[in-house]
Design a protein around this ligand. Structure first.
Ligand code: DGL
Length: 271
């Protein structure tokens, strides 16, 4: 079994999970992190559950092979369909994204009308609706697939007319349903947060709350590790190792901009 000094493994289909890495580095600065972006197969959100489970198993096994102490699924699409399977197949903690996002949304909503922007796969799975209903039976969930936001984030096209127009289209049904909270239910979406927030305030109203599930996920990982004495205690900042399955150069460019720091060499791997 890996010790508490082993790194945390984190994966997503591409860049999106870096939003979780950024939040994890704030919440758990001493932890080393191995991040895997499956850039050869992004997007996951348009695929069926069996394919997503197959891809997710490959990613998680690679992280286990690298000696991680726990796997953080920094992807809502995978979290919607694969955690149980990964828990059965891999003998170490698997932490997912939807439970923490649902809890943050329920805590933030005053009216109980919660909008969820997510991939087509996540919305079709009904996972957010179930997770929210388990916390508050009166809450009403309005799910809206927002698939175009993923390639925009991967391209690093995060501001200006195109992302704003796309965000506006996807937010319109949520505004119509009078939600007071919009959950960014895909880890790519916080990369476009600025554009989404401007349009949400304009369409829904200035008091709308945007829930960035990256922070909620990081807090849940922190409590999980602390409760089990699995967190790393030291004064030194943890390092990051970045792995991708395709196009390491472009990943490095967007990643360094996004993480707000020069990123280490990005290693190209095959799963
Ligand atoms: N970032 C992922 C999510 O949270 C997947 C996006 C995709 O690959 O479609 O759902």
């Amino acid at each position: 079994m890996p010790t508490r000094d082993a790194p945390l493994g984190v994966f997503d289909s591409g860049l999106g999970g870096l939003t979780v890495v950024r939040a994890l580095r704030e919440a758990l600065p001493a932890e080393d992190i191995v991040y895997l972006g499956d850039t050869a197969r992004v997007p996951y959100g348009t695929r069926g559950p069996a394919t997503v489970i197959k891809y997710a198993s490959g990613c998680a096994k690679q992280l286990v092979h690298r000696g991680v102490k726990a796997v953080v699924i920094a992807c809502n699409t995978v979290s919607a369909v694969a955690p149980e399977r990964l828990r059965v197949d891999l003998d170490l903690p698997i932490l997912e994204a939807i439970g923490p996002g649902a809890k943050a949304a329920v805590d933030a909503s005053k009216t109980g009308k919660i909008g969820v922007l997510a991939t087509a796969g996540t919305i079709a799975s009904g996972a957010y609706a179930r997770a929210i209903a388990a916390l508050d039976t009166r809450a009403e969930v309005i799910g809206q697939p927002a698939p175009l936001l993923v390639p925009l984030a991967e391209e690093g096209w995060t501001d200006g007319d195109v992302p704003r127009l796309a965000a506006r289209k996807y937010l319109a049904p949520l505004a119509k349903a009078n939600v007071d909270v919009v959950v960014l239910g895909c880890t790519h979406y916080p990369i476009l947060r600025h554009a989404i927030e401007i349009e949400a305030k304009d369409l829904i109203g200035p008091d709308v709350t945007i829930v960035d599930s990256a922070h909620a996920i990081a807090q849940s990982v922190r409590s999980f590790l602390e409760q089990r004495d699995m967190h790393r205690v030291r004064d030194v900042r943890g390092g990051i190792e970045l792995l991708v399955t395709d196009a390491p150069k472009s990943f490095e460019e967007v990643a360094s901009r996004f993480l707000g720091a020069a990123v280490p060499h990005v290693e190209l791997i095959d799963l």
